[in-house]
Design a protein around this ligand. Structure first.
Ligand SMILES: NC(=O)c1ccc[n+]([C@@H]2O[C@H](COP(=O)([O-])OP(=O)(O)OC[C@H]3O[C@@H](n4cnc5c(N)ncnc54)[C@H](OP(=O)(O)O)[C@@H]3O)[C@@H](O)[C@H]2O)c1
Length: 305
């Protein structure tokens, strides 16, 4: 049977995904017309990103599932017109990218690499950093990305504490939850990594009060979402030396405006939302396998709703 797969994402994504997605569907043995435009009632699957044209799912009466292209589901999960099953993207390439970015930036600060890279001035300074077991790391958010980063860091010897909404038991990690858990998690965090989604509860979770709980000289690494941080409070904590450095990948406004104080701050590193991204080669395999599961087993468990 020939399936109609609607690709609803930005035009640039179509250029990147069209050929790999055709190939991945063929590998899974799915015969499909893949296009950016179908009559809604003819669509079997929607490959969906929030930057694409579909906003209202009501007319997609035959659609068996909406297959997310982005990891975050914040922008779709509360859409009242979405009655079809929603499969979220958990892409091996995206997870791996995040692990590499977080580990790289954590090691930069742990080893004090800037002193050698930027501060080479002919003076023989032998400053030995502590070893990883003496550098506590806290990760706020123990989802697919937070846990993968936590395992990579514990693999290097860092003692990692993770904090999440619900209680968890994950081998090798100290897992905390709730408000008291947050305070405990921050108390010893020499490196703090933010991997929370943006919700009403997580907005401004890093603020003057929570920053004050971190030990003096802590480093903040944010590849989560910009509004997790109260920017004014972070700048004040950097200026008074309580926070040694902030490495920020995500911002309230993106691209970060050219006159934003983060750009010029000597203890802030700005990266342009590149910590990790869904990769066509790996993500298309996930989409094709989700579609296969739905075709062969309509009650499969790949969908989150
Ligand atoms: N910079 C980039 O390039 C990039 C790329 C991809 C993703 N991201 C960001 O990374 C975030 C994490 O991704 P993910 O796939 O790991 O997300 P996820 O699987 O949805 O996990 C989210 C985690 O956050 C926790 N959480 C949510 N609300 C909370 C609250 N109010 N209090 C405490 N914990 C809370 C959840 O706790 P429970 O498990 O208890 O529910 C879960 O552990 C995404 O939301 C996105 O913002 C950034």
């Amino acid at each position: 049977m020939m399936l109609n797969v609607l690709f609803s994402a930005a035009p640039t994504s179509w250029d990147n995904y069209r050929d790999p997605l055709h190939e991945a569907l063929a590998v899974e043995g799915i015969k499909a017309h893949l296009n950016r435009d179908f009559a809604p009632e003819d669509v079997d699957y929607i490959v969906f990103a929030p930057d694409g044209p579909v906003r209202d799912f009501t007319a997609y009466t035959r659609t068996k599932a909406v297959l997310g292209l982005w990891a975050g589901v914040e922008s779709i999960v509360d859409n009242k017109t979405l009655t079809q099953p929603l499969a979220r993207m958990v892409d091996e390439g995206l997870t791996r990218g995040m692990v590499e970015w977080v580990t790289g930036h954590a090691l930069r600060h742990h080893l004090g690499m800037d002193t050698q890279i930027i501060g080479q001035d002919g003076v023989w300074r032998r400053h030995l950093p502590p070893l990883a077991p003496d550098r506590p790391v806290t990760i706020l958010g123990l989802g697919a990305l937070g846990v993968a980063c936590a395992h990579a860091l514990t693999g290097l010897g860092f003692p990692v504490t993770g904090w999440s909404r619900t209680s968890k038991d994950i081998t090798g990690l100290k897992c905390l939850h709730g408000l008291k858990g947050l305070h405990d998690a921050l108390h010893h965090a020499e490196i703090l990594v933010l991997l929370l989604p943006l919700t009403e509860d997580t907005q401004n979770i890093v603020n003057a009060e929570t920053l004050a709980l971190l030990p003096k000289g802590a480093v903040v690494i944010n590849p989560g979402r910009g509004p997790l941080i109260d920017d004014t409070a972070l700048l004040a904590a950097l200026d008074d030396g309580h926070i040694a450095h902030a490495t920020l990948d995500v911002f309230r406004i993106e691209p970060l405006p050219v006159d934003h104080p983060y750009w010029a701050h000597p203890r802030v590193t700005v990266t342009p939302h590149i910590a990790s991204t869904t990769r066509p080669e790996t993500a298309t395999r996930v989409i094709a396998s989700r579609a296969t599961s739905r075709v062969s087993k309509p009650d499969c468990h790949c969908c989150i709703r």
